[in-house]
Design a binder for this molecule. Sequence first.
Ligand SMILES: [Zn+2]
Length: 231
Amino acid sequence: MTKLFVSPENIPLLEDIIADESKKVEDLKDIYENNCMYFGPYLSHEDLNDFFKEVKKEVDIFLDVKDITYPDCDYCEDVPWKSDFDHYNRVFEEMGVVRRRGKAMVFPLSHEYTHHVQSFAGLPVLNYRILNEGHARGVDRHITNLYAEREDNKAFIYENSALVLKELKRAYNFTCDFNGIKPKSEFLKDFVDVKISEHTLGTSLFMVYEALHGKEFYKDIAVKRFPDCFV
Ligand SMILES: [Zn+2]
């Protein structure tokens, strides 16, 4: 799959996506700096679980899946033996999320719950990490956008938009390097040399694929039907 990603044909598409996402992040920065972004209060454990039920419903609709069980959901810091970063554990069917203010919780909840759906569908993990992470990142992007539009509040997308842009630039730089092409500096403004990971490549690969084919394939992956080019 990494081979598929580094295809030189993706470079112009990535440039278009980076240009769009950069504009989005600039606008978000303005709104944030003018104190016009409402993140809401931190949620109690009980409120977190109520909110998670709501987010789960939206992810289930987006992925067109039914009868998926509820994984345990806690703040990492409340359970000492859990990892201190957002995660989903397939064996124990539990997810842990880092505490953020209310609206910002949609991002980790939708992302980690998508890993639970993948596990439910029997999606392989070994050698498929790019697929798992690209899929989860795509879902969290759509669900956070849905909330931002519905509640007319960009706080929902603030965190993951900045992260997505950072990953896109890293993946663009990696793809250009791999093909011996000089990257254009306009697409690498504020470049951060983050580690090339399944998140970095997955995010970018899925955004390229989505630009070409639309977002229906997210549903296919949730029932283990992979687009030809992903296998
Ligand atoms: Zn993930």
